[in-house]
Design a protein around this ligand. Sequence first.
Ligand SMILES: Cc1cc2nc3c(=O)[nH]c(=O)nc-3n(C[C@H](O)[C@H](O)[C@H](O)COP(=O)(O)O)c2cc1C
Length: 172
Amino acid sequence: MEYGDLICERYSVRKFSSQKVEQEKVAAILEAGRTAPTAVNYQPQRILVLDSEDSLEKLKSVTPYHFHAPLAILVCYDAAVSWKRSYDGKDMGEVDASIVATHMMLAATNLGLGSTWVGHFDPDKIKTAFALPENIIPVALFPMGYPAETSVPHANHGKRFDLGVTTFRNSF
Ligand SMILES: Cc1cc2nc3c(=O)[nH]c(=O)nc-3n(C[C@H](O)[C@H](O)[C@H](O)COP(=O)(O)O)c2cc1C
């Protein structure tokens, strides 16, 4: 899909068909994440692919926002690896993980899949459920799959501020 169409077509899909996602598509989505830029190219992203019955059941215990999707991708970063800015110690891991996540989210749309960026989960519960070490920080969860025939964008989807509200040229 042409990029302009892709970003307009994407919306948060919260209703999925039970059709499984082909492994080639999962691989293409992971590859899209791999190409993302990261601070100092440290590539601190750590990705969990959740597609077994067991994993998907566990997911249901850590967030209500699983949408019964046949696949979920959890984007984390390794805080032992991510770049820390010297001026203020800011950890760029979350920024890196978010860029990776955005690449993957758009790649999924381009492959005819739907997903929603989910931030509403208990990170401690996720870490326990999936035995994540202390330094692995979950950032974004993507329930993913083929949109149900009845899936439609939420009423909020089309609501975006005019550029004048969010954009400043040479002043703030
Ligand atoms: C950082 C972030 C966290 C989000 N967390 C959730 C969530 O926990 N549950 C949910 O249903 N949607 C979540 N969303 C989806 C937003 O609600 C959605 O992107 C927004 O309303 C715009 O709608 P659209 O994606 O259809 O354009 C999240 C989106 C972002 C970027």
